[in-house]
Design a binder for this molecule. Structure first.
Ligand SMILES: [Zn+2]
Ligand SMILES: [Zn+2]
Length: 277
């Protein structure tokens, strides 16, 4: 556990910090090989963002305190953000309750999209086998949701077929989740405004600036751009995430050293790390 401030309002736990595809193995042991999934707790409220392969272990952890009531938000539905969903064990247990939020894509609702990966011949059971109480909600970009003292804001992110950024606010603390996102060649003022003064920002740092030269248009950003956005938005703490599958532990350790030189309040996301804000 890392206590970065005196605040103990929002608890952030990283379950999947990899992008594109899981990358397990000895080369990624330190930072983790599971794809996008984070857990945010505000008091008793449990919020999950994305259901990459990291959600499998989150699911097992949640089983320790049943029944489970949680809200699951999707940034978008690329494989690395949904592939763990069919393996989220708590969803198969009738006493649990989940509210699931995401954008429609084309004419497809979040439920239709998630059902679409649980059909013959891809998966042995359909979404109906998930016996928890599941309620699906279509989100529109710009929506602001309130759950008691928790406020969740949404923001459009530049990504192939778009992604949704989130900002969670609770008792004066705030955490922004900005993935998957490709920066523009100019300062993204609406995004600067969206992350303004956040206690933490988890940022799509798939590449570094040198790699980005040949990856333009892929829909991802760099840790250097994350630093710039954090500085422009007065973000207190930067979490470098959505690691590219070929980036092994020694690469990520170097990134962390370089990032801390220019923005000391930063970290490279490691699976299972937990922070309070
Ligand atoms: Zn992704
Ligand atoms: Zn994506």
């Amino acid at each position: 556990m890392n206590n970065l401030s005196d605040n103990k309002n929002i608890c952030l736990k990283l379950w999947g910090v990899r992008g594109s595809l899981p990358a397990p193995g000895p080369q990624t042991k330190l930072f983790g090989g599971n794809t996008s999934c984070i857990e945010i707790r505000c008091g008793e409220e449990i919020f999950i963002f994305d259901a990459g392969s990291g959600i499998r272990e989150l699911g097992l952890d949640l089983l320790k305190a049943m029944p489970i009531k949680a809200r699951l938000f999707f940034t978008h539905y690329h494989w690395d953000h949904i592939l763990g969903f069919p393996f989220f064990v708590p969803a198969y247990i009738p006493t649990n309750e989940f509210d699931i939020y995401g954008e429609d894509k084309g004419k497809l609702s979040p439920k239709e999209i998630l059902s679409g990966q649980m059909v013959f011949p891809y998966f042995p059971v359909t979404l109906d086998a998930m016996r928890a109480k599941m309620t699906f909600h279509t989100l529109k970009v710009g929506s602001i949701l309130e759950f008691g003292d928790v406020r969740i804001k949404t923001h459009r992110l530049n990504h192939p077929f778009d992604a949704m950024g989130y900002r969670v606010e609770y008792k004066g603390s705030s955490v922004a989740y900005i993935t998957d996102y490709e920066h523009f060649d100019h300062r993204d003022e609406p995004l600067v405004e969206f992350v303004k003064d956040a206690d933490a920002m988890i940022y799509d740092s798939a590449f570094n600036e040198a790699e980005y030269v040949t990856k333009q248009g892929w829909g991802h950003s760099t840790w250097e751009q994350g630093v710039k956005l954090a500085q422009a938005g007065n973000v207190k703490f930067l979490v470098i995430s959505h690691h590219e599958p070929t980036h092994d532990d020694s690469y990520m350790e170097k990134v962390e050293i370089e990032a801390k030189e220019v923005f000391p309040n930063s970290t490279v996301a490691r699976e299972k790390h937990e922070f309070w804000f």
